[in-house]
Design a protein around this ligand. Structure first.
Ligand code: KMH
Ligand code: ZN
Length: 275
């Protein structure tokens, strides 16, 4: 099996300081959490930013500060969110790519998201995919439900995303696909040959689905965006603590942990680069 790529989703848009007092919020805190996660074994940092009140933001300057700050400290892959938070406009969400990160997320469909709706109609998805392609930013296709795979495959046929496509299965969001191992097996089997994938289990499923992905040869996303606990009733001390645990389990399963350089090769990040 290939080395496992660990993604650290260190901030998110929904988690609050009230829920997780160690949530990084300021650009400096986010940079620090990214570097610690990298040191613990993460090859990709999935980035959201917050404004000075802790509210989710897609402000281009904040993203630039964070991405440049991380790049000044280590070679970890920077992946910005284009999902942002529920209720943001498409234009607002797309500001995050102005800093030219290595990767950006691309959700390929609309999904209920708790009490809200995460809106991704086809014209938004196509606009985002075209922008990433034209700017040389590699998409990570975020799959919150099975039909989103089919839409991604249509984008691939249309040349808006190119092989090998990298998918991330977000499982356990209320309104999206449940965190059932059988669903994961089905989705992995639906991918075109040569695709790469990771799994982001929500809440307690972060650990169990992560271990399943390790056994299946996939990749794993951990971090406060998806889960704030180390175990039932015990808050995690840091994002890095969650990264370190999955890295330890990977070692027990004889899965080497990918360095950022190895992850860049596995994901073919250079293929998109605009010279
Ligand atoms: N906050 C969610 C509504 C992404 O980063 O692309 C969307 C999200 C997905 O977090
Ligand atoms: Zn996100």
């Amino acid at each position: 099996m290939q080395p496992v790529i660990i993604t650290a989703a260190i901030v998110g848009a929904e988690v609050t300081r009230e829920q997780q007092p160690r949530l990084p919020i300021s650009p400096q805190q986010i940079i620090e959490a990214a570097v610690e996660s990298y040191q613990a074994g993460a090859a990709i940092i999935h980035i959201h930013v917050r404004d000075e009140h802790g509210k989710a933001s897609q402000d281009a300057a904040l993203f630039r500060e964070v991405v440049e700050g991380i790049r000044a400290r280590c070679d970890v892959i920077t992946q910005v969110s284009t999902g942002g938070a529920i209720g943001m406009s498409a234009q607002e969400r797309l500001q995050s790519v102005e800093c030219r990160p290595d990767m950006a997320t691309l959700t390929t469909g609309t999904v209920n998201f708790g009490d809200g709706v995460f809106m991704n109609d086809l014209s938004l998805v196509e606009t985002f995919a075209r922008r990433l392609r034209d700017d040389g930013i590699v998409p990570e296709v975020e799959i919150f439900d099975v039909g989103m795979i089919d839409t991604a495959l249509r984008l691939r046929t249309a040349g808006l995303i190119t092989d090998p496509v990298h998918f991330d299965f977000v499982m356990g969001v209320p309104g999206g696909i449940g965190a059932d191992p059988a669903h994961l097996v089905h989705m992995v089997r639906s991918l075109p040959p040569g695709s790469t994938w990771s799994v982001a289990g929500i809440g307690r499923h972060q650990l169990t689905l992560g271990v399943m992905a390790l056994a299946m040869g996939g990749n794993v996303r951990v971090g406060f965006e998806d889960n704030i606990y180390y175990r039932k009733g015990v808050l995690a001390q840091s994002n890095a603590e969650l990264v370190a645990r999955i890295a330890r389990i990977a070692a027990e399963l004889d899965r080497a942990v990918a360095t950022p350089a190895q992850a860049r090769e596995i994901l073919h990040l250079e293929r998109y680069k605009i010279q």
